[in-house]
Write a protein that binds this ligand. Structure first.
Ligand SMILES: Cc1cc2nc3c(=O)[nH]c(=O)nc-3n(C[C@H](O)[C@H](O)[C@H](O)COP(=O)(O)O)c2cc1C
Length: 208
């Protein structure tokens, strides 16, 4: 087995008797790298009622109305969401990169009111005991199902979604208006998610 930088694949493959040129594959070290990684902004309330937020890329949808996020047990967020049984997941977007990155590099354990410095504002969710960040245009409102301090895995039920009218087309979230960002963990950059390239559950039908 090759380590990083070792070429492992042939330059051509044969399918149905045809020779098809393929790019060479290189073995890289295992890492928490998939594309796209989300940029979730996890909103919670501190014990004194001030809002807190943190950036999380290690997460995704776990079931139809369920979300999973890996949250370090030392983070203020972990303590907050266990205490209140709730959290929000704001979708970071291209207009709020600085604030969204800021909440990922300072801890509420050190800075009591991260919101004040970030310039973000919040409104309490009417569904769960957690803040909806005013500046973010789409937010999931979640109830804690479980938080396991061993695996640091948070599971939450999505009980509601708040979206600004400005990101809707015909009443549905339009990603071209929302302009969510994705985290590139290899180069430590944020990229805006680009335009539509296909129709899901549909384009493949031409091969049926
Ligand atoms: C791009 C990015 C992605 C991050 N992803 C995660 C993550 O998935 N899980 C995690 O525990 N921390 C993650 N962090 C780190 C936390 O956001 C950071 O430690 C934050 O200060 C914790 O805040 P808190 O202590 O106020 O909760 C990430 C930070 C950045 C900048």
């Amino acid at each position: 087995m090759g380590g990083a930088g070792v070429l492992t694949a042939a330059v051509a493959t044969v399918i149905s008797g045809d020779t098809i040129p393929v790019d060479m594959k290189v073995s890289l070290k295992p890492a928490s790298t998939v594309y796209p990684e989300p940029v979730f902004i996890i909103g919670t309330y501190n014990a004194d009622g001030t809002p807190n937020a943190m950036n999380a890329a290690w997460g995704g949808i776990a079931n139809e109305k369920r979300i999973m996020v890996c949250i370090d047990k030392g983070h203020r967020t972990a303590a907050n969401l266990v205490e209140r049984g709730a959290f929000t997941v704001g979708i970071a977007d291209a207009d709020n990169v600085v604030a969204c990155d800021y909440v990922g590099i300072v801890s509420g354990n050190d800075v009591p009111d991260k919101f004040a410095r970030s310039g973000l504002h919040q409104t309490p969710s009417d569904l769960v005991d957690a803040p909806v960040i005013d500046e973010l245009r789409m937010t999931l409102e979640c109830r804690v199902v479980s938080y396991d301090t061993e695996s640091e895995m948070l599971i939450g039920d999505i009980v509601g979604i708040k979206a600004d009218e400005s990101v809707l087309t015909d009443g549905k979230v339009d990603p071209c208006k929302l302009r969510p960002i994705t985290y590139d963990p290899v180069n430590r950059n944020y990229h805006v998610i680009g335009g539509k390239v296909g129709k899901a559950f549909s384009d493949g039908k031409e091969l049926l």
